[in-house]
Structures are given as C-alpha cells and as structure tokens.
Design a protein around this ligand. Structure first.
Ligand code: FAD
Length: 387
C-alpha cells in the first residue's frame, strides 16, 4: 500500500471545514482551468488573462479582506488557495498576489473610504486589474534609493520616475505607485493607467515566470488630483506592510510547486525501470524522496503555523522572513532533486518540473531575496541591521 503526498500528514486534519472547502475549490479551478493551458502559455510567454475574471468570480482576489464584497476568509484559507494555484504554476499564483495582496492590499490598508469603494469591489470581481509599483531599475533590495517623486502643483500631484518588474501593469486599469513627496517621504498614489504620461511596457525576454506578466513603467509628468494619494500611507513601512502579506502567501504557494514536483518524481520512481527494476526500488532514490518529503511537510506545517499566527494578529516580520526564506529555498531544492530523478525527460515540457524550477528562481528573488530575509532574521537575532 502506498501513501500519497497529501495523506501522510494530511493538512486538512488541521484546518477548518471552510478552509478545506476553499482548498478543494481552488484545486479544482487550478487543475481544470489553469493546468490544461499552462504549458502552452509558458511556451508563448503569455499570462492567461482570460482566466482573471474567473478568479474574480471564484472570489480569490483579496479573499481575506472584509467588506467591499470581499469574502473575509481566513489567512489559512488564502494560503491554501495560493498553494493550489502554484501547484500548477508560480506565474499564475503571482497574478493572484499582485492583484490581491499588493494592489488591493495597499488600497485596503491605506486608502480613503472613497478609494476603497471605487476600486475594491471591482478588483475583487476581477473586473479591474491592479498593479503595485515599488521596485525601480537601480535596485529592488533597497527601495530607499527610490527616485520616483511626487510634487504638488496647485490642486494636483505631478509624478515622475521609472519602475521595473511591475506585475500586470500593461493590462491594469489602475495601480499603486510609490513615490517620494517633496519632504522625501514615501507615499502611495492611486494611478489610473489611462492617465496621460503613464506608460507600461512588458518585459518580454524572461526565462522564468513566462506565463506571467511583468513590466517597466515610465511616469512623465503624470498629473493626478490631490485625493489620489493614499492618505494612510507614510514612509517605507507602508509598502512593506503590503509586501509582508504577499510574502506570507509565497510561503504557502511554493509548497504547492514542491508538491507538484514530488508527485511526479514519486510516480516516475515507481514506473521507470533501469537496471531491470523500478528506480524507486533503489535506496538512494528512496532516500532522496524521503528527504524531500520531510522538507515539504516541514514547510507546509510552517506555513500553517504562520497562517494561524496571522489570523490571531500575532505574525511578526521576522517570522514571515523565516517562512519565505525557508520555503522558497526548500522548494527550489525539491524541484532540482525531482528533476534529477526524471533523468533526461526531466528537462522537457513533458513534465512540469523544469518549469517550476525556472519559476521558483523568480520567487526566490521577488518579495525579498534570500539575502534580504537572512538580514531581516539576523537583525531580529542580533539587534544589528547589516543591510
Ligand atoms: C518575476 C518578478 C516579479 C516582480 N513583481 C514585482 C511587482 O509586482 N512590484 C514591484 O514593485 N516589484 C516586483 N519585482 C521586483 C523584485 O521585488 C526585485 O527584483 C527584488 O526586490 C530584487 O531587486 P533587484 O532585482 O533589483 O536585485 P538587487 O537589489 O540588484 O540585488 C541583486 C543581488 O544582490 C543581493 N543584495 C542586495 N543587497 C544586499 C545586501 N545588503 N547584502 C547582501 N546581498 C545583497 C540580493 O540579495 C541579490 O542577490 C518583481 C521581480 C520579479 C523577478
């Protein structure tokens, strides 16, 4: 008798019925809607945008926020949804994070009531797509070097600057641009993408996250009304609060990618015969599978623990860094080892493993690189900022 990856430590033993329902619904959506088209989308370097309204209908955008037609689900439920989406492709899960945790998250946390009423319901339904523009070409790890600035001119804000790597901006109707005001304080601005002076161009030459959309933005004298500012935003801690929401989702999401790779490797080890026997009958292969499974389970339980802390309002930045750093790092190791178990076939698109490997390199980089999270944890431990 064999035990499936889902069964040995069944995460559903530890979640509520409602959370489990979200997971099963998300698994069904991911497996029936995203999976059949994802290889071609990756090949074509195309985000399957046609699915975004369906994600809205499903209710996943901003699903852990309350009011504005949003679902008010738990953070654990959201994590399970992110995991199921990323079990198919990290790029598609990234669209969920950008729209929900980052763009909607910024408006939800720092917006005026009018801004929330205007944007959150339609973004939740997927009828409006949003972006989150923080990173600039001169280095994403240190957003304090931000050059994008906003100056007051009469009853307008005038924005100038450049952003790089911004998800969804070429298809978005609206986005949050982070810019320094005349006092050098970072503030968020709600920018409709049809505002004159705003241009976004897709980054086309990616070898990772190909079924995803990242862009460069240029802001040239973008004129906005005074009430375009997110009134609650002040300083870099504001975008960081949104990033932490997304980092939390990543800690779950990458375990989906790891699970998908493991499932393929286990199956292959049972069916692929070399030296007259299934490779799974070799102790070295079993040792690899066992070690990967242990890391997968540890990562999943860590994500669940973070989710419970988050729902209780007790999740710290340091804890989120532990989850993001560990789970992405282990998912990358798992994907690489699974690839080796598949042999030559593992480098083809007959299996999803190489696509997950490539995608996970992006996930390692965005929302804080390994080094940035090591420095966050190091600061927690020593009290010394070593950035
Ligand atoms: C697919 C993808 C999607 C993204 N989506 C968005 C988005 O929607 N919105 C957005 O605003 N941004 C987005 N980003 C940007 C992302 O957050 C940045 O790429 C990330 O912060 C790293 O910045 P960088 O690429 O400029 O690397 P750099 O900051 O140039 O870092 C290069 C290397 O130097 C290391 N390093 C930097 N500082 C230190 C230090 N003090 N000590 C030790 N090592 C250090 C880094 O860890 C890294 O290994 C996205 C990026 C990618 C790849």
């Amino acid at each position: 008798m064999t035990t499936t990856i889902d069964q040995l430590f069944n995460v559903s033993d530890f979640v509520t019925e409602e959370e489990r329902e979200w997971q099963l619904k998300a698994r069904d959506f991911a497996q029936t809607k995203i999976k059949p088209i994802i290889d071609q989308a990756f090949e074509d370097r195309r985000l399957p945008v046609e699915l975004l309204p369906e994600v809205g209908e499903f209710g996943a955008f901003g699903m852990y926020m309350n009011g504005y037609g949003l679902k008010g689900a738990s953070s654990v439920a959201y994590g399970l949804v992110a995991m199921e989406f990323e079990a198919v492709d990290s790029g598609f899960r990234t669209a969920l994070s950008v729209q929900g945790s980052l763009a909607m998250g910024a408006i939800y946390k720092f917006g005026s009531e009018e801004q929330k009423q205007e944007w959150l319901p339609k973004m939740g339904r997927g009828e409006a797509i949003g972006f989150f523009g923080l990173t600039e070409p001169q280095g994403g790890s240190d957003p304090n070097t931000m050059l994008t600035h906003a100056r007051r001119e009469g009853d307008q804000w005038v924005l100038n600057g450049k952003k790089r790597w911004i998800g969804l901006a070429t298809i978005a109707q609206v986005g949050v641009i982070w810019a320094k005001d005349e006092e050098g304080i970072v503030r968020g601005f709600v920018v409709p993408t049809d505002t004159p002076g705003f241009t976004a161009t897709a980054i086309e030459n990616k070898l990772s996250m190909r079924a995803s959309l990242q862009t460069e933005i240029v802001l040239e004298d973008v004129r906005l009304p005074l009430d375009a500012i997110l009134p609650g935003s002040k300083g870099l801690s504001s975008p960081f609060k949104c990033l932490n929401e997304a980092r939390y989702g990543i800690a779950w999401g990458v375990m989906g990618a790891a699970r998908a790779c493991l499932e393929v490797a286990v199956e292959r080890s049972q069916t692929r015969e070399v030296f007259g026997a299934p490779i799974g009958s070799k102790q070295i292969i079993q040792a690899k599978l066992a070690d990967m499974f242990v890391e997968y389970e540890k990562g999943l339980l860590l994500a669940l623990h973070l989710g419970r802390l988050k729902d209780a309002g007790n999740l710290s930045y340091g804890q989120i860094s532990v989850g993001k750093l560990n789970n992405v790092r282990e998912a990358i190791k798992i994907a690489g080892t699974c690839r080796s178990i598949l042999g030559g076939d593992g480098i083809t698109s007959d299996f999803p493993v190489m696509r997950h490997m490539a995608n996970l390199e992006s996930v390692r980089t965005y929302e804080g690189t390994d080094e940035v999270h090591q420095l966050v944890i190091g600061r927690e431990l020593t009290g010394i900022a070593a950035f």
